[in-house]
Write a protein that binds this ligand. Structure first.
Ligand code: ASP
Ligand code: MG
Length: 425
């Protein structure tokens, strides 16, 4: 059998009919190969569906219907454009069916928790986009099979953060992606299915992770993430005008960068490909012939320039035991259990005799509950609207340039990495 290659196309690469035509041109070049194509929701659809969900949960049905109508109109317009205005095309009927399924959920008030409903609603972004891309590819003669990711990626019921059961998923994937019957398969990023048939999502921007896990389960030759940038850059060009493209990045570097907030790739993406030493290419869908970045195994350290990663919307929380007891092991384990329970992502920690300070993402829902619980045992202080700047491979000059005389709330340095929590600039 020919090796399998996994392609992932994110929201920007399917943002419109025009973008989908461009995607098709890329796929056409590889149409003789064995491909698994993972597709995200179109443009900002995930955000839009999050809004719909919020309105529904707040019982603001007028706002909900307005947003829903917008999403529907957008998808139908782009779909009609792709099938050259043929409103009788099967694609249009299938989109209508999907919208009916989505809307049926709103016929009654929410009965379960936010995370559950989130996944049943927000997952539709990928269901719409894959239906459109698959039909369009068939329409122009690129035969492909659409696989429902919920039938091949089995997850537990950690809604909004589904954990994939690899051994079950491997069997399901081998069945669904049957390369003896076809050579191009298309599936949804970001979503999976539980044993009882409910939908889960894998965390925002999770389609990269879907691509990586499928590559692992199917023993793919490589993964290519097609993006609207040239590859992995040393910084966001919006914050650092001297940003350069990194040509080669080791798995270890990539996982560190993703963890500290580099937007380029979802943090969970690296493990599945590292475990099987599958290389990952990050390439521009505007310049498919350009070299991009390769993330791969490297025996020798790859020399890199300073790499800057800025994580916004951070909160710095300081906890102090009310009874003036030391913040030592038993107390620390209590604090971490609490953070874990509320699924708070810890970005940086620091402790002293009677203070424990932690820098976390500002996820309002989760944080609110966690802070309430912390207040039972600790005096809690916090600063919000902060930024966490990480500089890998730092030099004194670059720290000077970026920190200058900004107020730094917390900083840490190792030999390779410097991190600063500061007021938002
Ligand atoms: N559509 C999802 C999101 O925007 C997943 C993804 O794009 O990777 O978060
Ligand atoms: Mg997206």
């Amino acid at each position: 059998m020919k090796p399998i290659r996994v392609f992932k196309f994110g929201g920007a690469s399917v943002k419109s009919a025009g973008a989908i035509r461009n995607l098709a041109n890329i796929v056409k070049r590889f149409s003789a190969e064995n491909l698994v194509i993972v597709v995200s929701a179109m443009a900002k659809t995930t955000n839009a569906l999050e809004e719909v969900l919020m309105h529904w949960m707040n019982a603001d049905l007028t706002a909900m219907n307005t947003k829903l109508k917008e999403i529907k109109q957008f998808h139908l317009n782009e779909a009609l454009d792709l099938v050259e205005g043929d409103s009788n095309h099967l694609l249009i009927a299938e989109l209508q069916t999907l919208f009916n399924q989505l809307e049926t959920q709103f016929g009654q008030a929410p009965t379960k928790g936010y995370d559950f409903h989130y996944d049943q609603v927000v997952s539709f972004g990928e269901l719409f986009s894959t239906r459109i891309v698959s039909h369009y590819l068939n329409f122009i003669g690129i035969a492909n099979t659409l696989v429902d990711a919920r039938r091949c990626l089995r997850s537990d019921t950690s809604y909004r953060e589904g954990v994939i059961d690899e051994s079950t998923s491997r069997l399901l994937c081998q069945r669904e992606f049957d390369f003896s019957s076809a050579n191009i398969f298309l599936t949804q990023g970001f979503i999976a299915g539980t044993e009882v048939g409910t939908t889960t999502t894998l965390g925002r921007e999770g389609s990269d992770y879907t691509a990586a896990i499928l590559a692992n389960l199917l023993d793919a030759q490589d993964v290519t993430i097609w993006k609207d940038v040239a590859g992995v850059l040393s910084a966001d060009p919006k914050i650092f005008s001297n940003a350069v493209k990194l040509n080669i990045v080791s798995y270890q570097e990539a996982i560190e960068l993703a963890y500290c907030g580099a937007q380029i790739i979802h943090p969970k993406t690296i493990k599945p490909i590292q475990n099987k030493k599958i290389p990952l290419y990050v390439k521009s869908f505007m310049e498919p012939d350009a070299q991009g970045t390769i993330i791969a195994h490297s025996d020798t350290p790859v020399k890199l320039p300073p790499v800057l990663v800025l994580k916004r919307n951070q909160v710095l929380i300081t906890l102090s035991p009310r009874d003036f007891s030391f913040v030592i092991e038993d107390c620390l384990s209590k604090i971490f259990a609490l953070l874990y329970k509320h699924r708070i992502k810890v970005n940086m920690v620091h402790n002293s005799a009677i203070n424990f300070t932690v820098c976390v993402d500002n996820d309002k829902l989760r944080l609110g509950d966690a802070l309430e619980e912390m207040k039972h045992e600790f005096a809690v202080r916090y600063n919000s609207n902060l930024e966490l700047l990480t500089i890998r491979h730092y030099t004194p000059e670059i720290i000077g340039d970026f920190i200058g005389n900004r107020v730094v709330y917390l900083q840490q340095r190792t030999r390779s990495t410097a991190r600063f929590v500061m007021d938002a600039s």
